[in-house]
Ligand binder design. Structure first.
Ligand SMILES: *[C@@H]1O[C@H](CO)[C@@H](O)[C@H](O)[C@H]1NC(C)=O
Ligand SMILES: *[C@@H]1O[C@H](CO)[C@@H](O)[C@H](O)[C@H]1NC(C)=O
Ligand SMILES: *[C@@H]1O[C@H](CO)[C@@H](O)[C@H](O)[C@H]1NC(C)=O
Length: 282
């Protein structure tokens, strides 16, 4: 479990990396290679940002030395990885990636008077896949996770860690935190999405959350059963410093039936997605 002590260890590691890569490049740690950037045009090396951006920028574009993953302590390529939004019009990031969470959960809907479902939020567990980005399994994780979650008899989001490990999607899932909705803290009305790592990966860090606002959405390129891909940014006037931007991509499932009978009960629809968090101060 990530602790404040480990946060200092991470910072120290990065400083040592920066120091040693300047003084003795041959000692640089070999990180997994990011999967080939397929033309999204994203550039992180010049992005503003925190520690991880600085670590990535010192080694880009080869990624021969990268910061360690906060939860596993292993070297990983997250800060130099490409957020693959090809085939969509989502904007390129302005900050380097800092976390990749495999989200497994439910989208919630209520049946409106027009006989169609409208979104009432979502709840998901986010599992740390930040250091799997260079591995061959990475591109299919959301699909294998969805297959396991959708075929599980459980609908409880709290069961998703067990679902992933029993299906051997991830043998020992590490929980980054939760994604859920809260009342918009600035206006006091409407719902705002929140990503909250304060109870898991960044326990002890009261600011390890982000409340965001949607900037852009596009239909999932994978088909109409999958919820939209989104680009969100941290909501002005909120305090969490977990991320500056959030991408929801590689979605599987989550769409409601096309129509409903007004007055019927709310529904939850299972989904998975890759959440990429950029920037932030962790
Ligand atoms: C969404 O549904 C889950 C149950 O799957 C529930 O725990 C959660 O509170 C709901 N969230 C909202 C915003 O309704
Ligand atoms: C998810 O599971 C349900 C049965 O619970 C099934 O009807 C549906 O087709 C499955 N969805 C996908 C995309 O496999
Ligand atoms: C939100 O992001 C902007 C830049 O995108 C940054 O200037 C601001 O400090 C961030 N707010 C917080 C609370 O991190």
């Amino acid at each position: 479990m990530f602790t404040l002590t480990k946060s200092f260890a991470l910072l120290a590691t990065i400083l040592i990396h920066l120091h040693t890569s300047a003084a003795a490049p041959t000692q640089a740690r070999q990180a997994p290679r990011p999967s080939s950037p397929s033309g999204s045009g994203s550039q992180f090396a010049n992005a503003p940002g925190g520690q991880r951006s600085a670590g990535g920028a010192s080694t880009a574009p080869t990624g021969s030395s990268t910061p360690q993953d906060v939860t596993t302590g292993t070297a990983c390529a997250v800060s130099t990885a490409t957020i693959d939004t090809s085939g969509t019009t989502l904007p390129a990031p302005s900050f380097a990636p800092s976390f990749i969470g495999l989200g497994v959960g439910t989208q919630n809907y209520t049946c409106g008077s027009a006989g169609t479902y409208t979104s009432t939020g979502a709840l998901a567990e986010l599992f740390d896949v930040s250091c799997l980005v260079g591995q061959s399994s990475f591109s299919s994780l959301q699909s294998t996770a969805f297959a396991a979650w959708n075929s599980s008899t459980s609908t409880a989001v709290s069961s998703t860690s067990g679902v992933l490990s029993s299906a051997n999607v991830i043998s020992s899932p590490i929980t980054l935190g939760q994604h859920y909705f809260i009342t918009n803290p600035v206006t006091g009305s409407g719902l705002s999405p929140k990503w909250d790592f304060t109870s898991n990966a960044l326990a002890g860090n009261a600011d390890a959350f982000v409340v965001a606002a949607k900037v852009d959405d596009v239909a999932a390129p994978t088909g109409s059963a999958d919820v939209d891909w989104l680009y969100l940014t941290n909501l002005t006037g909120t305090t969490g410093t977990l991320a500056n931007e959030i991408y929801r991509i590689d979605t599987q499932g989550g769409q409601p039936p096309a129509s409903c009978t007004s007055g019927t009960a709310d529904i939850t629809v299972k989904y998975t997605a890759m959440y990429w968090l950029t920037g932030g101060s962790f």
